[in-house]
Ligand binder design. Structure first.
Ligand SMILES: [Zn+2]
Length: 582
């Protein structure tokens, strides 16, 4: 392709709307343009990247025995009401009305539709397992779309759905998808980590996310990984073992009320009382499906709202507002405590169970209680793991290693759904004993547009993008230093046509621009190999080949450039991630 004939609107300036580097680079390098909040155009170069990722995904899904279909984007609301996800997903679900004022959904995932599709027609255990997938535009009404294609409202996804006769079948189907996912991302030039994740609104028994680990701010997911074994989980899911602290051995002291004027935060109170934060219990009030609950965790811990929500088995969870806190505790925010708190369910983090003689709010302005003890001073209605794991804690799997945090970008996910959707939509088959049974299902997603941006977040430098070879829009870019120089132009065209004859994807920068502009743009758009044709080397019958991301240039004879190019290409492909790592 000639630059003059395609559309690559590069920008000198950083786009103001972009916060993370990959988003900035995709806009600056002319790959994407925003149409509305969280809605993007994919320009010619981006479309080439997306088609390459799509092709890899398709090949690996087909190889795993999945069948490609295409389901509608527009769904009747009835299906979503039947599985209750109309309410569970709430405003995130893109809803609309047609001219007859019937409710419709713009699909963000297709569990309902695919279950409805097979219901009544996939009837025999002999037809199982079945894996159906599609590659399609999805919608999600993000409250705050940001980070370009990472948190957009419209995006491209591959989604697959498996139907099995029993749990063992699901395990086999699930493992096949996990294996396929590792191959997909590896073929895209991306190393991924598989981490345990919360099943969230998808429901089901187990779930995993595939993460591209990054060292930039673009990693929107915090994951915990063991430094000794393969345990890894995202922050919502990660659990840890806290070595018992012996505090339970302290003898119970008498409860006391102490004056803590204007001391409200954990830091203020513990400093004032001269106790460590671990001797205080925070009382956090939430509205869970409209009811007020109090969550108790140790002062130095972070509450994990996903875990809290799961343990309460509620759909909506939000911090109680100040008015509610004042009504319940009869005190200002900052003085809530479990002792004497009425009409509120008390849920304690399991760590709190081991604590004795701790500090809490007194439900009275300017006062706290010290030497509080569970059972003697108040009763817990429930105990659960409701805190986030912390770096340095013991791994729950090997019980030896320590947990370390890292930043990741989720590019794929897998869910063991079980019978959640088949039961809700009454989708059954007949087993070998003639019994009606619900399908055991799994669902599996790959974010196509997200994968593209994750690659940019992972592989770039100050000058621009450094595409992994397998998903680069072109393999090579030919840059004649001066297109008006006849010799340079002829040499450029000669190499260009030779490459086209060999079906090599090549971009020829035939613009009448200064060399500096063309070199800057070449670095910005990130094609793996640049072939520079300049006056000086051409006099010696040579051209220069440079690998994007490395400083080294190789001088090749013009008539040997094709062979030389292919050799370098296979070298950077085989060293893969190393050569493109920043
Ligand atoms: Zn471990």
């Amino acid at each position: 392709m000639r630059w003059s004939e395609t559309y690559i609107p590069t920008l000198r300036e950083e786009p103001t709307e972009a916060e993370i580097i990959s988003h900035k680079l995709l806009v600056r390098a002319g790959y994407i343009r925003k149409l509305a909040a969280g809605v993007y155009n994919y320009l010619p170069m981006m479309q080439r990247v997306l088609l390459k990722i799509t092709r890899i995904v398709r090949e690996e899904m087909d190889r795993a025995g999945a069948q490609e279909i295409l389901m509608p984007v527009l769904h009747p609301a009835e299906l979503w009401l039947a599985t209750k996800r109309w309410e569970i997903l709430g405003k995130e679900l893109m809803k609309m009305k047609d001219r007859h004022l019937r409710d419709l959904v713009l699909g963000g995932t297709h569990e309902e539709v695919v279950t409805n599709l097979v219901r009544g027609e996939l009837r025999s255990y002999r037809q199982l397992p079945l894996n159906l997938y599609q590659i399609q535009t999805k919608f999600r009404d993000e409250i705050r779309p940001r980070f370009g294609l990472m948190r957009s409202r419209e995006f491209i996804m591959k989604d697959a759905y498996t139907f099995d006769a029993d749990e063992n079948g699901l395990k086999t189907s699930y493992q096949k998808m996990v294996d396929a996912y590792f191959r997909i991302f590896e073929r895209c030039g991306l190393e991924t980590k598989k981490v345990e994740s919360d099943t969230g609104a998808m429901g089901g028994k187990a779930a995993h996310e595939f993460m591209v680990m990054v060292e930039t701010d673009g990693g929107e997911n915090v994951i915990f990984a063991c430094d000794n074994c393969d345990y890894a989980a995202n922050i919502e899911k990660a659990i840890s073992i806290e070595p018992s602290e012996q505090e339970s051995k302290e003898a119970e002291k008498p409860l006391q009320k102490v004056s803590t004027p204007n001391m409200k935060t954990v830091e203020e109170v513990t400093r004032f009382l001269n106790v460590p934060a671990r001797k205080l219990v925070k009382t956090l009030l939430y509205k869970a499906d409209g009811e007020v609950v109090a969550a108790l965790i140790r002062g130095d811990r972070q509450i994990n709202e996903t875990k809290l929500k799961n343990s309460l088995e509620v759909i909506e969870l939000e911090m109680a507002d100040a008015v509610t806190v004042q009504r319940i505790t009869e005190a200002q925010v900052g003085y809530a405590g479990p002792v004497g708190l009425k009409g509120v369910k008390l849920i304690g983090d399991k760590e709190v169970l081991n604590m004795t003689n701790f500090v809490t709010g007194a439900n009275e302005d300017g006062f706290h209680l010290t030497d509080v003890n569970i059972d003697r001073d108040f009763k817990l209605d429930a105990v659960a793991d409701i805190r986030s794991a912390a770096p340095g804690e013991l791994c729950p799997k090997c019980e030896k290693g320590r947990l370390k945090t890292a930043q990741g970008i989720e590019v794929g996910n897998t869910f063991m759904l079980g019978t959640k959707y088949s039961e809700a939509l009454n989708a059954t088959f007949v087993d070998e004993h003639g019994q009606e049974r619900f399908f055991i299902m799994g669902s599996y997603g790959v974010g196509i547009t997200r994968t593209a941006q994750a690659a940019v977040e992972k592989f770039h430098d100050e000058a621009g993008i450094i595409w992994p070879v397998p998903i680069a829009p072109y393999l090579a870019e030919i840059v004649p230093v001066n297109i008006q120089d006849e010799k340079q132009r002829e040499a450029a065209l000669e190499i260009y046509h030779k490459m086209l004859d060999r079906n090599l994807e090549v971009l020829l920068d035939d613009r009448n621009e200064r060399a500096g502009v063309k070199f800057n743009d070449a670095d910005l758009i990130g094609i793996p190999l640049r072939i520079t044709i300049g006056e000086k080397s051409l006099k010696e019958g040579k051209v220069e080949v440079k690998v994007r991301g490395s400083q080294a240039t190789v001088s090749l004879r013009k008539d040997e450039v094709l062979e030389g190019f292919l050799k370098i290409l296979s070298e950077i492909e085989s060293t893969g991630k190393e050569s493109t790592k920043t």
